[in-house]
Design a protein around this ligand. Structure first.
Ligand code: GLA
Length: 374
């Protein structure tokens, strides 16, 4: 194995169910997308760190591992904070970093709620691990990538996206208990059942940096405190949340508690080998909960969900943090065209930009690409 250069790939994700549960120490059920970020890395003898992205030509950033974060951080292009934040976090944890060229290229649509940022951070993190810090575990990589986003980019995400990018496997959804870190791969064979999982990227970018995401986190923490539990994950009986006096906190808590229950129901069905069509209504119920109780949906997302279901999809829901981004829809293969056309038409009728639509199957998590492709 070349210890001076190579190519690494980390995928984006969609979450089948389990939204806004990660920072409540609950359950999530993502799958990796066949779209990702490739990091081509070559070590350098001169101590320079140079980062380039094919999505931002002309924006090459040069610094040194020692200077990182000291000089010019705020003047650097925003995308560069992800890879450089990852290097800073390795350094902060005591790992020696050296000069390196990082060339990034991504296929995950940016701002679509499909975790392009986690794909970027994780691709860089596994390249640095393999070249400079081979003892770092997968759990640490997830933590390094998440911390880089939280601290150096300033987005207060949970651990869903980085876990999905690192742990997902081809043909499976990842059932992750965020509290314990325990996970299980659950077969999700759409082809065998004549199904397709469609993604509609609405093109209305989601913004996690603005205050809404952190506000939701704070509301969840406040609801848990009022209910006398460490996290909303600990609410055993959904009826308990109805006792919350504040209607906003009550709605937020209701979403999280019912969403955890939905993840468990979907897992139960899939593990029993059920036809995935049965999970459709659970997905749609998850969307209603995000729309009405958690209030993170957006008109284009609601239109996509309602139209897909009306056109015969078994279930549909927004994915990711919300306020824009993407919708997934589970449909029969032979009905996928009709569902797609109906959503496109509804978007045109409502004055929304045409969505970008594609069909996905569960892909592999982050890995080094074989040398022949390097
Ligand atoms: C974003 C965050 C995740 C998670 C989701 C909502 O994608 O990055 O940590 O909280 O929103 O499920």
């Amino acid at each position: 194995m070349d210890t001076t250069a190579g190519r690494w790939l980390a995928p984006g994700r969609v979450n089948l169910i389990g939204e806004h549960t990660d920072y409540n120490e609950g359950y999530v059920l993502p799958l990796a997308l066949p779209l990702g970020v490739t990091c081509t890395a070559t070590t350098r003898a001169d101590g320079t760190v140079r980062v380039r992205s094919r999505q931002a030509p002309g924006d090459s950033v040069e610094t040194t591992a020692v200077d990182l974060g000291v000089a010019g951080w705020s003047e650097m292009p925003a995308w560069a904070h992800y890879p450089l934040g990852v290097i800073r976090e390795f350094v902060r944890r005591g790992h020696e970093m050296h000069g390196i060229d990082l060339d990034l290229d991504g296929t995950v649509p940016i701002g679509a709620g499909l975790s392009s940022s986690a794909a970027l951070s994780c691709s860089v993190a596994i390249a640095l691990r393999d070249l400079f810090a081979p003892s770092v575990t997968t759990a640490e990589i997830i933590d390094i990538a998440r911390t880089a986003e939280n601290v150096y980019v300033g987005v207060p995400t949970g651990v869903l996206d980085q876990s999905a990018s690192m742990l997902c496997t081809e043909g499976h959804v990842l059932f992750l208990d965020v509290r314990s870190g325990e996970y299980r791969q659950i077969p999700f064979d759409l082809d065998r059942f004549g199904l397709e999982l469609l993604v509609f990227d609405t093109g209305s970018p989601h913004h996690l940096v603005d205050g809404e995401y952190s506000r939701r986190r704070a509301e969840c923490a406040a609801a848990a405190a009022e209910l006398g539990v460490p996290f909303l994950r600990d609410v055993r009986d959904p009826a308990q949340v109805e006792a919350l006096a504040d209607p906003v906190l009550r709605r937020r808590a209701r979403h999280v508690v019912t969403e955890d229950a939905r993840v468990l129901r979907v897992v139960e069905q899939l593990r029993a080998g059920a036809d995935p069509r049965v999970i459709g209504p659970i997905l749609t119920a998850g969307h209603a909960s995000l729309r009405d109780d958690f209030e993170v949906s957006a008109p284009a997302l609601d239109t996509a969900v309602e139209t897909a279901v009306a056109a015969g999809a078994h279930g549909a829901r927004m994915v990711g943090g919300g306020f824009g981004g993407s919708v997934i829809a589970l449909t029969d293969r032979e009905n996928a065209r009709t569902v797609t056309d109906s959503v496109r038409k509804a978007f045109a009728d409502n004055g929304f930009d045409a969505p970008c639509t594609f069909s996905v199957t569960p892909a592999a998590g982050a890995h080094r690409l074989p040398a022949e492709n390097a």
